[in-house]
Ligand binder design. Structure first.
Ligand code: ATP
Length: 427
């Protein structure tokens, strides 16, 4: 069997469009010409620190079987023409890339493509190295403007998902783009009640988390464990506007595919995401704007960790950390070389205490007798030469276990604690 792998990326801008929507349009056009894709299209999230991302650094790929070169030509033409006409070309940072990779006679995919996917999730890559790889492995690529999208397109083609989730995306009709989304809150609450935890991130505090806040074509997206559950959940959601249709994507969202296991703080680099164990080195401090910071250390070094204001209630957990606590942090190193926490496992708690002056034999609390002069009882006048204060233990309000940021602050790639539990992942 001959299979064409198709990768598409960088077609949208903050003002509109979405690569998944262009893919949905392409898949429908292909279907109308009698070409059906194999399985589900893939929505692959890449390095969250990529500089030119529009939102969640997603790229798309799908597979399509073909019989002969005539069909291959028609398929490619439909794809290229649609990307060319529907992308937000006028936006400076929209640089679409389309990659075709043909596999004939059941040959296997070149391993270098699979490795490239991990590189695009772990590192920051250049257009030049993406083009070189495309040439080396025999991919055909089409670049629009500077063709940055070739990076994501190749990575989406090479992706092989051990752990995976699904997202059902519902698309609005164009006349409604940019208007407020008419989705019933109560129906989302009901849908969540019935389908959670097999669907997730449907609600956050008191609002719907499935609807985006951008002028893009997506009405809502439901994320879940299987194609069946996201489709069932979709049927439970009530909305009051016309839709163009929906498409289910297989994704690496909520799999922690971006998290690199590492043994030492000193080996961590900027623009990458890690799981790292260390000791809290100070009581967390806050700065204006409601951001919390603390230093984490191990034998190799120290890194500053952050829970920023958008992580909302998660900061209440961070505030409770104390010097000496042992924690494992999952997060990414962004600007200022600070580790931005996605979730934390509190492994063990240090003793917390306050230091008080000693109590005199007569029952009164003693006072300092001056610097390095010990204590003096204000009642009976007894003096103590020893300068040491008394440690009074304080009950820790924090418990050991996992804590995570709320859905509104969650990275697309971050695995929720509920998924870790259900898949028996974790320490
Ligand atoms: P959306 O999620 O709405 O599709 P987006 O956030 O995915 O938007 P894009 O418009 O796809 O943003 O732009 C991301 C750009 O970054 C693409 O050109 C992609 O090829 C490129 N890119 C992806 N991963 C990397 C990486 N690791 N290093 C450098 N560039 C990357």
């Amino acid at each position: 069997m001959n299979i064409l792998y198709v990768g598409i990326d960088d077609t949208d801008s903050p003002k509109g469009m979405c690569t998944t929507y262009i893919t949905f349009v392409i898949i429908n056009k292909l279907k109308s010409f009698g070409f059906n894709i194999m399985g589900y299209p893939k929505l692959i999230r890449l390095n969250p620190f990529a500089r030119f991302k529009t939102r969640g650094n997603g790229a798309v790929s799908f597979k399509i079987p073909y019989d002969n070169n005539n069909d291959l030509y028609k398929i490619k033409k439909i794809i290229i023409d649609t990307v060319s006409s529907d992308s937000m070309m006028s936006y400076e940072n929209t640089n679409p890339g389309v990659v075709f990779y043909e596999i004939t006679n059941n040959k296997k995919m070149d391993l270098r493509l699979k490795k490239f996917t991990y590189k695009a999730i772990y590192e920051i890559l250049t257009i030049k190295e993406a083009k070189k790889l495309a040439q080396d492995v025999g991919c055909e690529f089409h670049q629009f403007k500077n063709g940055r999208g070739i990076i994501g397109s190749l990575a989406a083609i090479g992706s092989e998902l051990e752990d995976k989730t699904y997202e059902l995306l519902v698309y609005r009709v164009p006349k409604n783009y940019g208007t407020s989304r008419k989705v019933s809150y109560d129906s989302v609450v009901k849908m969540n009640k019935i389908t959670y935890p097999y669907t997730f991130d449907n609600l956050d505090e008191n609002y719907i988390a499935i609807t985006p806040h951008t002028p893009c074509p997506v009405l809502y997206g439901i994320r879940g464990e299987t194609p069946e559950i996201v489709e069932m959940a979709h049927k439970l959601v009530e909305f009051h506007e016309d839709i163009e249709g929906f498409c289910i994507y297989e994704t690496n969202q909520h799999t922690d595919m971006h998290i690199q296991k590492i043994n030492q703080i000193k080996d961590m680099v900027k623009d990458a995401c890690y799981k790292i164990k260390g000791t809290v080195d100070e009581t967390p401090r806050n700065i204006e704007g409601g951001h919390y910071f603390f230093n984490l250390k191990d034998n190799s070094g120290i890194i500053e960790c952050a829970a920023y204001e958008p992580t909302k209630n998660f900061r209440e957990t961070i505030k409770l950390l104390r010097k000496g606590d042992i924690v494992t942090i999952y997060g990414g190193i962004g600007a200022h070389n600070t580790l931005n926490i996605e979730k934390i496992q509190v492994c063990s708690l240090a003793e917390d205490y306050v230091l008080n002056n000693p109590i005199c034999g007569c029952g009164h609390r003693m006072k300092s007798a001056g610097k390095n002069k010990g204590f003096k009882c204000p009642s009976c006048g007894l003096k103590l030469r020893n300068n040491s204060k008394i440690k009074i233990p304080i009950e820790r309000r924090l418990k050991t276990g996992f804590y995570e940021v709320p859905p509104s602050a969650r990275r697309h790639l971050s695995k929720q604690i509920i998924r870790m539990r259900n898949n028996n992942v974790g320490d």
